[in-house]
Design a protein around this ligand. Structure first.
Ligand code: NDP
Length: 327
């Protein structure tokens, strides 16, 4: 038996609860992992509350990511005792996931834990932090170099936002953080933001083109915020879009693309190719300031993850939530 945050849906409705489950409840897979830590990402909040159809198979253990130690393996790439991590691939959506003391997954989905990170630190980063790195790498590949202008980070106090600010500032970028929580200005400046602006500057319907303010943007908010970020991006600049905290719509125009040569990069963490994941995690292990990571991380229990799922959707979580599944 082990504990898991189980999502069920039947004639009794949609519900999430921490339960004792049998090992036989684990799905088919090549590698069984004793999970040490998981996290609560925005998508986990959607899964736990049922506010969006993230979970598509029932019953299912929630949790789109985890880090832990291999306990059994039918695959030559992994052996008992190896430390591993997983993000995405439908885990926590159609395959039982990491908000549980045990998980069984395909070997193809696992990465060895990068040297320099503990399982707890890897999950403090979690899918949100790994996605922040995918955004940073897209701006890098585009040629957005430190010193070339301001980089905007929207949803600044969120998981993606806090890790993106920390990474970009360390690289030497001048980071402008957009937030609905101006009372967290000191916290955001402590992570490395040079300037903090109110999200209201970007969240209302705007013009097709605005003042050229940003050389690059990391956007986890979508909707009008993304449209206005594009409209305010400098000639030849780039926007990396990964999220929808404000909305899934994109109510803008083609003007930034056809008049300023702005590029919009779509960022997906779930099915990102292995080579890209490995590169992102290697860079996170090498470049992320672990003291700053600790300062933006709170720990909760498996039971605490239930409430945290509501809190993250309400925009009340600051930074990252790591879940100690054995506490
Ligand atoms: P968080 O909830 O931690 O962060 C989102 C932040 O967005 C909030 O902290 C808040 O920041 C801001 N926000 C919330 N509601 C609104 C609103 N109505 N209007 C404007 N801003 C708002 O979530 P994550 O960082 O974990 O994820 C962020 C987004 O990225 C989510 O939509 C998530 O689904 C997506 N995502 C996508 C991935 C992918 O593969 N593409 C992977 C990971 C995440 P503040 O208070 O500072 O304004």
């Amino acid at each position: 038996m082990f504990k898991a945050l189980v999502i069920e849906k039947d004639e009794g409705g949609y519900r999430a609860a921490v339960k004792d489950v049998e090992d036989s409840a684990l799905p088919a897979g090549d590698v069984t992992v004793d999970v040490a830590y998981s996290t609560v990402n925005y998508k986990d909040g959607l899964a736990i509350t049922g506010k969006a159809p993230v979970v598509r198979k029932f019953p299912l253990h929630a949790g789109i990511d985890f880090a832990g130690t291999v306990s059994a393996s039918d695959d030559a790439r992994f052996k008992p005792g190896d430390t591993v991590l997983l993000n995405g691939f439908g885990v926590g959506e159609t395959h039982s996931g990491g908000l549980a003391q045990k998980a069984r997954v395909k070997a193809d989905w696992l990465l060895p834990l990068p040297a320099g990170l503990t399982p707890r630190q890897a999950m403090a980063i979690g899918t949100a932090g790994y996605t922040a790195m995918l955004c940073v790498m897209a701006l890098d590949r585009h040629g957005v170099v430190p010193g070339s202008g301001d980089v905007l980070v929207t949803g600044a106090n969120g998981g993606v936002g806090t890790v993106a600010i920390t990474l970009l500032a360390k690289m030497g970028h001048r980071v402008v953080a957009s937030t609905g929580r101006l009372n967290e200005t000191d916290f955001l400046k402590g992570l490395g933001a040079a300037e903090v602006i109110s999200r209201e500057e970007l969240s209302a319907p705007g013009k097709p083109l605005g003042k050229e303010r940003w050389v690059g943007v990391v956007d986890s908010v979508g909707s009008h915020t993304l449209a206005n970020a594009l409209a305010g991006t400098r000639y030849g600049g780039a926007v990396a879009a990964c999220g929808l905290a404000q909305g899934m719509d994109l109510p803008g125009s083609v003007a930034p693309f056809i008049l300023r040569g702005v590029t919009l990069y779509g960022i997906d963490s779930v099915m990102a190719p292995m080579a890209l994941r490995q590169a992102a995690w290697q860079r996170l292990a090498a470049e992320l300031d672990l003291d700053k990571l600790a300062s933006l991380t709170q720990e909760v229990t498996l039971m605490g993850a239930l409430q945290a799922g509501q809190e993250i959707l309400a925009g009340r979580v600051r930074g990252r939530l790591v879940v100690n599944v054995n506490a």
